[in-house]
Design a protein around this ligand. Structure first.
Ligand code: FES
Ligand code: FE2
Length: 398
C-alpha cells in the first residue's frame, strides 16, 4: 500500500502498475508528464518585478516578469530548501535573494550569482536552480516543464495545445480553479460523454435555449466506432469521442420500464457536437457553450491529489476591438451561466471521485461500461505518446 507520508514510498503503487497491461505509463503519470507545455497563471497575474509562486506537477515554481518577458525558476532555495516566495526580497531587477541567508539567484538562468552574507563563497557561480522556459499565448503563461540542454529550444507550443486554440483572432477568457482531485480524474470527467447526466439541471440549458440528453448509449456491436485517434501535422496527439455522433441519445430515464426522469428542454440550439481530448491533458468542446464558441479546458497537475482546472471560453472576433468586445460578452453572459452554472458541476464530481483512486487501487477496482471506450482509448494514447513521466523533484535528484 502506498503511504504518501513516507518520502521513500513510491509515487504510484508498483503492485498496481504491474497489473495494468496496456496503459501503464498513464497510471505512472500521477504528477502528469514531462517535456511538454502546461498553462499556468494568467498573463496579467505576473506583473513586472513582482515574483509569483505557482505549484506545477509537484514543483514549487516562481514566475517573474523582467523587461516584459516572463521567467520561471524553482522556488526552493538550494541552501536549506525554503521557498524564496515566503518573503520576496529582490535587490536588483534580474535577481531574487533568499530571505534566510542571502543566497541570490539570477532569474534568467537560475545561477547562484552572489551570497550577500558571504561574497567569497565557492558556491557562487557553481550552483543553479532549475529554470523553465515560458511562452505567453492568449492571455496564459505556458511553462515548458522539461529538461533542455544549453542552447536547446523546446518544441513549438502548438504541439501541446488542442487544434484551433492559437487561431488568429480567437479571443480567450481563461479561468483557473484549484480542484482537489488527481488531474486524470479531471481529464476523464471532461471527456466521458455519459457524465452529462450531472449537468441535467444546469442553468445553461434553459438560460441558453439548448438541450442535453441524459446520456448517449453506444449502438450494440459498434464499440470501435466510438472514438478516433489522431495525430496532426503539428504533432498534436488526441482522441475524438464519437459517441455523440454514433451513439443513441436518451432523453428519458427509466426504471423497470417506467419513465422516472426527463431531460429538460431549453431550446433547439445545438452545442457540444465534437469532443476531443489532447496531450498533455486538454479538452476541446466544439461548439460550446454557444454555436459560435469553442470551449477548451486543461487539467494541469498541481500535486499528487490536486489539479488546476484552467478553462477557456473562446470565440473568433475579428477587429481591433475584438478582445474587448468578447470580454464584455463573457462577463455579462457566460461567466455566470457557463463558467459557474455549468463547469462548477464538474468540480465537485471530480473531488467526489478522488477517494476511490487515492491509493491507486481505483485503477484496478473500477468497473467501466461500454460508453467508457473512449476513456480507455485516451489512456492508451497518453501512455504511448507522452515525452516523459513527471517524477517528484526529490526522486529525480537521487
Ligand atoms: S535557506 Fe536560503 S539562503 Fe539559506
Ligand atoms: Fe462536465
Amino acid at each position: 500500500m502506498n503511504d504518501p507520508t513516507k518520502v521513500d514510498a513510491p509515487l504510484v503503487d508498483p503492485d498496481v502498475v504491474a497489473q495494468i497491461k496496456t496503459w501503464k505509463g498513464y497510471v505512472e503519470a500521477k504528477l502528469g508528464f514531462r517535456n511538454c507545455w502546461y498553462p499556468s497563471l494568467n498573463s496579467e497575474e505576473v506583473e513586472e518585478g513582482k515574483p509569483v509562486p505557482f505549484l506545477l506537477a509537484g514543483e514549487k515554481l516562481l514566475l517573474n516578469r523582467i523587461d516584459g518577458k516572463v521567467y520561471c525558476m524553482s522556488d526552493t532555495c538550494l541552501h536549506r530548501g525554503v521557498p524564496l516566495s515566503e518573503k520576496v526580497e529582490c535587490y536588483s531587477k534580474d535577481t531574487i535573494t533568499c530571505w534566510y541567508h542571502g543566497w541570490t539567484y539570477d532569474f534568467k538562468d537560475g545561477k547562484l550569482c552572489d551570497i550577500l552574507t558571504d561574497p567569497n563563497s565557492k558556491m557562487i557561480g557553481n550552483r543553479a536552480l532549475q529554470t523553465y522556459q515560458v511562452e505567453e499565448a492568449k492571455g496564459l503563461l505556458f511553462i515548458y516543464l522539461g529538461d533542455l540542454d544549453e542552447g536547446e529550444q523546446p518544441p513549438a507550443l502548438e504541439r501541446d495545445v488542442p487544434p484551433g486554440f492559437l487561431e488568429a483572432d480567437r479571443r480567450v477568457r481563461p479561468f483557473r480553479r484549484q480542484v482537489n482531485s488527481d488531474w486524470r480524474l479531471g481529464a476523464e470527467n471532461g471527456f466521458d460523454t455519459t457524465h452529462i447526466f450531472i449537468h441535467k439541471d444546469s442553468k445553461l440549458i434553459i438560460g441558453n435555449e439548448t438541450m442535453l440528453p441524459l446520456g448517449f448509449a453506444p449502438p450494440p456491436g459498434k464499440m470501435n466506432d466510438l472514438w478516433d485517434r489522431v495525430e496532426t501535422d503539428a504533432g498534436q496527439q488526441g482522441v475524438y469521442d464519437r459517441l455523440a455522433d454514433h451513439g443513441v441519445p436518451h432523453f428519458e430515464g427509466k426504471i423497470d420500464g417506467e419513465v422516472v426522469l426527463k431531460a429538460i428542454y431549453g431550446g433547439d440550439k445545438r452545442i457540444a457536437g465534437e469532443i476531443s481530448l489532447w496531450m498533455p491533458g486538454a479538452l476541446k468542446v466544439d461548439p460550446f457553450p454557444d454555436p459560435e464558441m469553442i470551449h477548451f479546458e486543461w487539467y494541469v497537475p498541481r500535486d499528487e491529489k490536486s489539479h488546476w482546472y484552467v478553462h477557456c471560453a473562446t470565440k473568433v472576433v475579428p477587429g481591433e476591438q475584438g478582445d474587448e468586445s468578447f470580454g464584455r460578452e463573457y462577463d455579462a453572459v457566460w461567466k455566470d451561466m457557463y463558467a459557474h452554472g455549468f463547469n462548477d458541476d464538474d468540480i465537485w464530481a471530480r473531488e467526489a471521485t478522488q477517494d476511490f483512486y487515492d491509493d491507486d487501487y481505483g485503477w484496478l477496482d473500477e468497473t467501466l461500461f461500454e460508453s467508457d471506450a473512449c476513456i480507455i482509448a485516451w489512456r492508451k494514447l497518453a501512455s504511448e505518446t507522452n515525452h516523459g513521466i513527471q517524477t517528484r523533484v526529490r526522486d529525480r535528484k537521487r
